[in-house]
Ligand binder design. Sequence first.
Ligand code: NAD
Length: 306
Amino acid sequence: MKTIAWIGLGFMGIPMSKHMMNAGYTVKGVDIDPVARENAAKNGVQVCATVAEACQGVDAVFTMLPTGTEVKEVLAGPDGVFASIKPEAVVIDCSTIGIENARSLHASAKRAGRIFAEAPVSGGTEGAIDGTLTFMIGCEDPHVARVKELLAPMGEYVAHAGGPEAGQAAKVVNNLIMGVCVAVNCEATALAERLGLNLKEFFEIAIRSTADNWTFRVWNPGEGVVPSSPASKGYKAGFKTWLLAKDLTLAMDAGREVGATIATAEAAHAILKNHIDKGGADLDATSLVLTLKEEAEKAAPQKAIA
Ligand code: NAD
């Protein structure tokens, strides 16, 4: 039986590591949050106190952490993953960290003589729970087959996007589209409500019309419209607002690097940032609709149509 280490046992890491255990891997896990550690232990993860301890003798290490800052610290820092694993082990980062951080990590792995792949994911917590994630691998050709085999228990579509940085590039572009969709779905929902539309009926219209999009169907911002959506569960994440704002920042950075226009990402980021400043950082990103509704109410209380 093979053993892996899993660092970062949050909304995504918990269900993803569970699929690895179901596929027969022994999982040693690390998280800085005691609640995450407790949930992971309940799931069957052997919780370790340090990254170095978790890495002892494992065949592969996965990271599923918030941003590039934590991933670089955990992988390339002193007593980190690269310093603690055996040379033939594979290190796969599934977090969304952007192109520049991926570049830096591939360079650190090369210096340390370690095998590293980026494999960011799409599909949300729903895809993580169902084992139907899409993976976007960025790594050197000789490692692709091993990386794909390791990801197979958690994904429905495991793609080799290309060499180093290509996985993050694909993810950044995907989340530019997704983030803008979430923002516009929230804007549309706030407007629809102000115009007196029945949100459930509008949902049925939109999913059969040109407005249809994945985030509208799965993460609909209207309370009670889609029973399984974060909006119907008090806007509890799901996908935290600050993580979505981070992803749009990564798209803006990428756009600047290559001279591409990303004006809609900038606009979506600005309204998410405003929502974060009003206390929405850790709520699901679709809670943006609450700030938009509040602002509309303040701007034109008399304009709402009953
Ligand atoms: P999360 O905040 O629920 O989980 C992150 C976990 O990492 C937390 O439990 C936190 O305590 C832990 N952590 C932070 N720093 C650490 C450190 N130094 N050492 C060990 N543990 C540490 O976030 P999430 O929703 O699981 O997202 C993780 C990554 O996946 C992010 O990059 C996010 O953008 C990406 N992502 C999320 C979704 C989603 O729908 N939630 C979908 C696709 C991709």
